[in-house]
Design a protein around this ligand. Structure first.
Ligand code: SF4
Length: 486
């Protein structure tokens, strides 16, 4: 079995007895806290195993009839939203459904899922085992927050003679003190400073003269221009002739429009029905007020009268292809509880009820771009903050994954800012955007630039603090409230 919460797709087994699941078997390697969450999700007592109609449990037949009725009624005013966790096979069918219904797809690409979507010619993905052959390693951003298997390979690389490890980053991470040499990028202006590094830094000669590998991580809310960042990493790879491993927590999907557009259309009344696959939508309840929602969910959620909720498998129960770091991987999945239907089956039942044929559609997941496109991304649009405001970035902390572990949401703050805010290490306070507020525990961190703070985006509760730009979660301006010490 494979964990599908990031592109590393670590392996594990699920042990069962006659009654059900006993637990996760780690024989095939270690998992990070996100991977271990598979066990919590599999055993979670809040699993949904029947459809919900008008706040009540319903039979599948009735639910499918109701969904078909809504689709007929709102034809021409339907938007489809897709979460990052659907498999490739599921997405191809959802795409087929969207083409048949003439409805646009607005994907939740918020989980840093750009990876290799935009490609520069001449750059290839690498694999973890290649670390055993190269003598130079460049890590970019925090590559240690997930991937114990990867961390072990990096450790083995470091123990080999005549290897060098360079780390490039704009925010603090566990890799800073581990590498032979660390280079800082300007926070909020990573694209330009990474390109400058590739063009001018003296270390480039050493990297060109030795076989190397780049491991770059991507996190939601981490970069002002996520696509530009991905291209700048590829530009560096091409300059030093190295392959790239992109670690992204789930890959997103190409759509016909982005979330900003969808929310604007809902506000104008041009979208009346949202068909959703995935559970990110529940974090945007306020933005979909007034529309009819038909959504999948693996768990019981607080519902509204005009919502239809259809129970689907959790990630590790799914079968099919998922995107990995160097190509697609087929996952086997374990058996879901009875009453839970895979997305493929739901779409097939819907096709029968609507008397339409829904076929999987080919999905182009890569777009090749040229130097001119990259040049346009180097805008240097470093965000400015106002008085008493901070620029908020996202970082990865798997212990906050979906709030499954009882772990506080940490806000990393520069020591000078902490004094200015009259706060101390471990104090609890609130951080807020224009219309949203979250309780956090502040942690002092001298590597965070003044005027900048960072928060874990593994907790979906933090997402609404960020901006949504082109479908991606991007840094935003926030306030930190003084006082309320522990
Ligand atoms: S590193 Fe990625 S694939 Fe491996 S356990 Fe963690 S989230 Fe899952």
């Amino acid at each position: 079995m494979r964990c599908s919460y990031c592109s590393l797709a670590c392996q594990f087994d699920v042990d069962t007895d006659d009654i059900g699941i006993i637990g996760i078997n780690y024989q095939k390697g270690r998992l990070c806290a996100r991977g271990c969450a598979n066990e919590i999700l599999l055993k979670d007592g809040r699993r949904l195993s029947y459809p919900i109609l008008e706040n009540l449990s319903a039979r599948w037949n009735d639910a499918i009839m109701k969904v078909a009725e809504a689709i007929r009624r709102y034809k021409g005013k339907i938007g489809i939203t897709v979460g990052a966790e659907v498999t490739i096979d599921e997405f191809e069918l959802i795409k087929g459904l969207s083409q048949t219904l003439g409805a646009k797809i607005y994907p939740f690409n918020l989980e840093g899922g750009f990876g290799f979507s935009y490609r520069l010619e001449g750059v290839e993905p690498g694999s973890v085992t290649e670390l055993r052959k190269v003598s130079r390693l460049v890590t970019i951003s925090d590559v240690f927050s997930v991937g114990p298997v990867l961390a072990k390979e990096i450790l083995d690389f470091r123990l080999r003679k005549e290897t060098r490890h360079y780390h490039i980053d704009s925010l603090p991470s566990r890799v800073h003190h581990f590498a032979d040499e660390t280079f800082s990028l300007n926070t909020g202006d990573e694209v330009r400073s990474l390109i400058d590094f590739a063009r001018e830094n003296p270390v480039i000669k050493d990297l060109r003269d030795h076989p190397g590998l780049i491991i770059a991580s991507a996190n939601p809310g981490r970069f002002t221009d996520p696509i530009g960042y991905s291209l700048a990493v590829q530009y560096l790879a091409r300059t030093i002739k190295a392959k790239i491993i992109f670690i992204a927590p789930n890959l997103g999907w190409p759509g016909d429009g982005n979330l900003d557009e969808l929310f604007a259309l809902i506000k104008k009344g041009d979208i009346k029905l949202v068909l959703n696959f995935g559970d990110e939508i529940f974090n945007f309840r306020e933005r979909i007020k007034g529309v009819r929602l038909i959504t999948t969910s693996s768990f019981k959620v607080e519902t509204r009268r005009n919502w239809v909720i259809l129970p689907v498998p959790v990630n590790c129960e799914k079968k099919g292809r998922i995107p990995g770091i160097d190509g697609d991987i087929t996952i086997e999945g374990t058996t879901p509880p009875s009453g839970v239907y895979p997305i493929e089956k739901i779409i097939s039942l819907l096709g029968e009820e609507l008397k339409i044929s829904i076929k999987p559609a080919m999905v182009r997941r890569e777009v090749f771009v040229d130097e001119a496109f990259l040049h346009d991304r180097i805008t240097g649009s470093k965000s400015k903050t106002g008085k008493d405001r901070f620029l908020l970035f996202g970082f990865s902390n798997p212990l906050n994954f979906r709030d499954l572990y009882d772990y506080p949401i940490i806000l990393l703050v520069n020591p000078r800012d902490l004094v200015r805010l009259r706060l101390s290490d471990y104090n609890e306070t609130d951080v807020s955007s224009r219309d949203y507020r979250v309780e956090v525990m502040v942690r002092r961190n001298s590597m965070i630039p003044e005027g900048t703070v960072a928060i874990a985006t593994d907790s979906l509760r933090t997402w609404r603090l960020f901006n949504i730009t082109g479908g991606f979660l991007t840094p935003s301006e926030v306030r930190i409230w003084k006082g309320r010490s522990t």
